[in-house]
Design a protein around this ligand. Structure first.
Ligand code: SAH
Length: 376
């Protein structure tokens, strides 16, 4: 691997920062038992609290009638501390899309988006407050990285959505979260450990975790190649999405600055290895920007780059109509150019879909999350 040029990208948060409160969702089942022992209570109390949190979605000590009344509040404070408070929720699509702005314990703000479709509900979660990857067309990338989120803070966004659905608070009646996409704020693979912890909590069977299928979880990345390779070795069949946005290094260096470190070729090769090992089809994300990356010849080049790794269905392309961000000089592609782009990819045997732009009017669509309390 060649380091193509040094760049002021931020991977590490400042040292000496106060950590979020330690939560049951930060811990493996074995670590929860150890924590119970430290608190001087039997290990099965940790199981009971796990069942309340993951299976019953309960966090109110009053409802935990299987715990001694005198210990409930202390146990909840120690193992289920409050991690975030909702500052504002915005709805779109007649309530089927709900964006929540959260304030974390240290004042950092992040957003999550619940999207209800016929037959499934997807939670789009943040993995970092801000983002250090500096992609110029993405609103989150403009503010830089504030900090990594903890596994508990990531999981809590999903649990909050699950609670709202279980209570029937979301238009369409009672429901469950079926899919989680790491496509909110942040670069998930730059916060690898916490993100993997969260993935384990989401997929561990209840009551140790939420019992979701790994196949319903998508980790989206700018292409941190060593981390993609690490994910390949984990053996958890989550769906990998690679935000490519250009098939050539010259343009991708500009659109996705990390490309100056890991080239198109290196990123796509790592994604292909992931598909080969996990047998999960990789998704190539491509935000369509008018006259920037949407030319017919780039569609041909993209198809050639992808099919050079084989045409056994290892990959599909997901085109994202560019969502507007404040002050951005880029606009969405012409529908006609978009159709031609799709046609060329499919002509070369690359399955292609065009993503819907859920939540655009509440700035809840891809690349619009900027977490300011007065808009954004
Ligand atoms: N950092 C990760 C995940 C967050 S973004 C990643 O980049 O993959 C989720 C997707 O939204 C990415 O594919 C990202 O490139 C895309 N995106 C960012 N800004 C966008 C915008 N303004 N319009 C459309 N898609 C955008």
């Amino acid at each position: 691997m060649t380091d193509r040029s040094p760049l002021p990208l931020v991977f590490d948060e400042p040292r000496g920062r106060k950590k979020p409160p330690r939560h049951l969702a930060d811990l493996t089942p074995a670590e929860r038992k150890e924590r119970a022992a430290e608190l001087g209570v039997p290990g099965f109390r940790a199981n009971q609290l796990s069942a309340h949190y993951f299976a019953r979605l309960v966090d109110d000590p009053e409802q935990m009638t299987d715990l001694p009344a005198g210990q409930r509040a202390d146990l909840v404070r120690a193992l289920l501390p409050e991690l975030m408070t909702p500052l504002r929720t915005l709805e779109a699509d007649k309530g089927a899309t709900v964006k929540t702005l959260w304030k974390l314990f240290d004042g950092a703000m992040v957003e999550s988006v619940l999207m209800r479709y016929p037959g499934r509900v997807t939670m789009c979660v943040s993995s970092q407050a801000g983002c250090g990857m500096a992609c110029p067309f993405c609103a989150t990338g403009q503010g830089g990285l504030q900090r990594n989120m903890s596994a508990g803070e990531i999981v809590e966004q999903v649990v909050a959505g699950a609670r709202a659905l279980a209570r029937g608070d979301v238009a369409g009646g009672e429901g469950r979260v079926s899919n989680v996409v790491f496509m909110g704020m942040g670069e998930p693979l730059a916060n690898y450990k916490a993100v993997m912890g969260a993935v384990r909590r989401l997929t561990d069977p209840t009551p140790d975790g939420l019992g979701m299928s790994a196949r319903g979880i998508t980790v989206s990345t700018v292409g941190l190649v060593p981390r993609i390779n690490q994910l390949t070795e984990e053996g958890i069949p989550v769906t990998l999405a690679l935000s490519l946005h250009a098939p050539d290094d010259e343009l991708r260096d500009e659109l996705v600055p990390i490309n100056t470190r890991y080239s198109v070729h290196e990123s796509v090769e790592a994604a292909w290895h992931y598909a080969e090992r996990t047998k999960r089809r990789v998704s190539i994300e491509y935000a369509m920007m008018r006259d920037i990356n949407d030319q017919a010849w780039r569609a041909d080049l993209l198809a050639d780059v992808l099919t050079s790794y084989g045409d056994w269905g290892w990959v599909h392309v997901n085109l994202i109509p560019l969502n507007p961000t404040p002050g951005s000089k880029w606009t969405a592609s012409d529908p006609e150019d978009e159709r031609e782009f799709v046609r060329r990819l499919e002509a070369k045997g690359v399955p292609t879909t065009v993503r819907d732009t859920r939540g655009q009017d509440i700035d809840g669509a891809c690349g619009q999350l900027a977490a300011s309390p007065d808009g954004g």
